[in-house]
Design a protein around this ligand. Structure first.
Ligand code: SAM
Length: 257
């Protein structure tokens, strides 16, 4: 039986039992093998763009003796699936911009028809993924943030449900945290930091954004050395952003407790 990292286990945990799944950018096909071995999924596709990882996926599936229930298919993004062929799609371990591009291209090709569940794990740029989900009326159902081997990961679970637009509107705009900001700023913060993660207020979220403040310190120090007016504008924007993150963390982790 295959052992998954905590990150991929979190992804697996969100997959609805009985769903046929396509894992896009599957690399060694660890996730589909696990899902089929654990009898969570009756059938899976491991999609891979590149030859090396596609071969690794093929070997892993053969080694697990699952070639009849898991297919390794080589291709770009969702082009490896046909409409209505799977119920769930996972895309993990890539940047949020690439995940959104894969979803957008697949959507335009009709590949999301019949798909009712997405589990997405962007390594960076989570806001791009949340924005894509809300723009395409995928209801964001839950989010998990976790730390493994010194890295912090976010996992997003979305479903195609009736009333998704209203669900997301409520989720992203309702002021449950009583933030002292106007709605557009609250929405932008929720897209960036995660509406569920903000509500859960865990230590890992705190750690992630404290590290972001530190990263911005380096950027500020570097930009401060320039006299160019363009750089000065950028510097002011970065300082404002850093101040906003500081305020949000203070609100969540100090003032309200
Ligand atoms: N999903 C696995 C995980 O989370 O452990 C592997 C992540 S690995 C960092 C990213 C994989 O995505 C690579 O194997 C890469 O070849 C594949 N990939 C990148 N762009 C892709 C695309 N457009 N379509 C399919 N696979 C892609």
């Amino acid at each position: 039986m295959i052992q998954l990292s905590q990150r991929l286990q979190t992804v697996a945990h969100y997959i609805s039992t009985g769903h046929r799944v396509a894992d896009i950018g599957s690399d060694h096909a660890m996730l589909p093998v696990y899902l089929v071995q654990q009898k969570i999924c009756p059938f899976a596709i491991a999609g891979e763009l590149n030859e090396g990882p596609w071969q690794a996926a093929t070997k892993q599936i053969a080694h697990a003796n699952l070639s009849s229930t898991i297919e390794a298919r080589r291709g770009n993004g969702l082009e490896v699936i046909a409409p209505h062929e799977v119920d769930s799609i996972t895309i993990c371990g890539m940047g949020g911009a690439l995940i959104s591009t894969i979803l957008e291209e697949g959507y335009k090709q009709g590949k999301l028809e019949g798909v009712t569940e997405l589990v997405l794990q962007p390594n960076v740029g989570e806001d791009a993924v949340r924005a894509w989900l809300t723009e395409h009326d995928w209801a964001l159902m839950d989010e998990t943030i976790l730390e493994e081997d010194g890295k912090i990961y976010e996992v997003l679970h979305a479903k195609k449900i009736a009333g998704a637009k209203e669900w997301n509107k409520q989720l992203f705009s309702v002021d449950e945290l009583s933030f002292p900001y106007a709605e557009p700023i609250r929405e932008a913060l929720a897209l960036r930091m995660g509406p569920y993660l903000l509500k859960k207020q865990g230590d890992i979220l705190h750690k992630k954004w404290l590290a972001e403040i530190e990263k911005l310190d380096y950027i500020i120090a570097s930009l401060s050395q320039s006299e160019l007016s363009q750089t000065k504008a950028k510097l002011a924007a970065v300082k404002q952003d850093q101040q906003l993150i500081r305020e949000v963390l203070k609100w969540l982790y100090t003032d309200r407790h």
